[in-house]
Write a protein that binds this ligand. Structure first.
Ligand code: GLC
Ligand code: MG
Length: 248
């Protein structure tokens, strides 16, 4: 399949990042419409596929060309359905769901989330102690995994080579988009590994506490504005500096 030439790409989380303040979301897309280049859209969310589609509809968001859902364990390329299969195959290499659910069941502060996902197990944690407990038990038992704590409540247990960052790296490689001007945007713990990938990234102004602790880095921009307003602020910072300056 011929690769699409992409010069600019926004890889963004949805809840609390692209979505949250309606006027700011529409202003961002209006702004993109006024650019001389096209902005390729990739949504990278913790939600599962159907729940994401409902949100896209309810919020009247443009369809992305790619959707990475389920905290980077599912990947839908609407032009190339096989990408999903290739990604899943890499996750299968180290995925021990039975062992993980048995261990999580021993942690009294964890309640399973009811989700249709096959390559992640997610829970609601009563408190940070429940997260620490499952972390320790997984380590003690030598179960391969990636553990993510978001918004002081959500616990996701994924195959070790999954997650938003790994999924996005795989996607950029597969599509030959690694050299594009990429901006990555997020607001909570499950966005951390994509924000620290080494591409320009933004932590929006309304971020959760867990992202406030990220180390300072020139490629990590901390926006003052909330949600899509923060994305716009970072876009100007990274990609439109000259225009802003030359306009005085
Ligand atoms: C979203 C998902 C939830 C997940 C959380 C953190 O809220 O719906 O399943 O645990 O993101 O990744
Ligand atoms: Mg979010």
């Amino acid at each position: 399949m011929k690769q699409k030439n992409v010069t600019h790409l926004l890889a963004t989380d949805l809840d609390g990042t692209l979505v949250g303040e309606k006027e700011l979301t529409s202003a961002l897309f209006e702004y993109y419409g006024e650019r001389t280049y096209e902005v390729e859209l990739v949504y990278v969310t913790g939600r599962h596929h159907d729940s994401t589609m409902e949100l896209i509809k309810a919020e009247n968001l443009p369809m992305p060309s790619i959707l990475i859902s389920d905290v980077g364990t599912e990947m839908y390329d609407f032009d190339d359905p096989e990408l999903h299969e290739r990604w899943k195959k890499t996750l299968e290499e180290q995925w021990w769901p039975e062992e993980i659910s048995q261990i999580a069941a021993q942690c009294s502060g964890l309640t399973p989330q009811s989700i249709p996902s096959t390559h992640r197990l997610s829970y609601f944690a009563e408190d940070a102690g429940a997260f620490e407990e499952v972390k320790q038990k997984l380590e003690e038992n030598g179960v391969p995994h990636k553990l993510i704590f978001s918004s002081g409540r959500d616990v996701d247990i994924l195959p070790p080579n999954a997650g938003k960052g790994e999924a996005l790296s795989f996607l950029l490689r597969e599509k030959g988009w690694e050299k594009a001007n990429v901006l990555i945007a997020g607001d909570s713990g499950n966005d951390r590994d994509m924000i620290t990938m080494g591409y320009p990234a933004v932590v929006v102004g309304n971020c959760q506490d867990e992202l406030k602790k990220l180390p300072e880095h020139p490629l990590i921009f901390r926006a003052e504005n909330h949600c899509a307003g923060g994305i716009r602020e970072a876009w100007e910072h990274f990609f439109e500096k000259e225009t802003v300056e030359s306009n005085g």
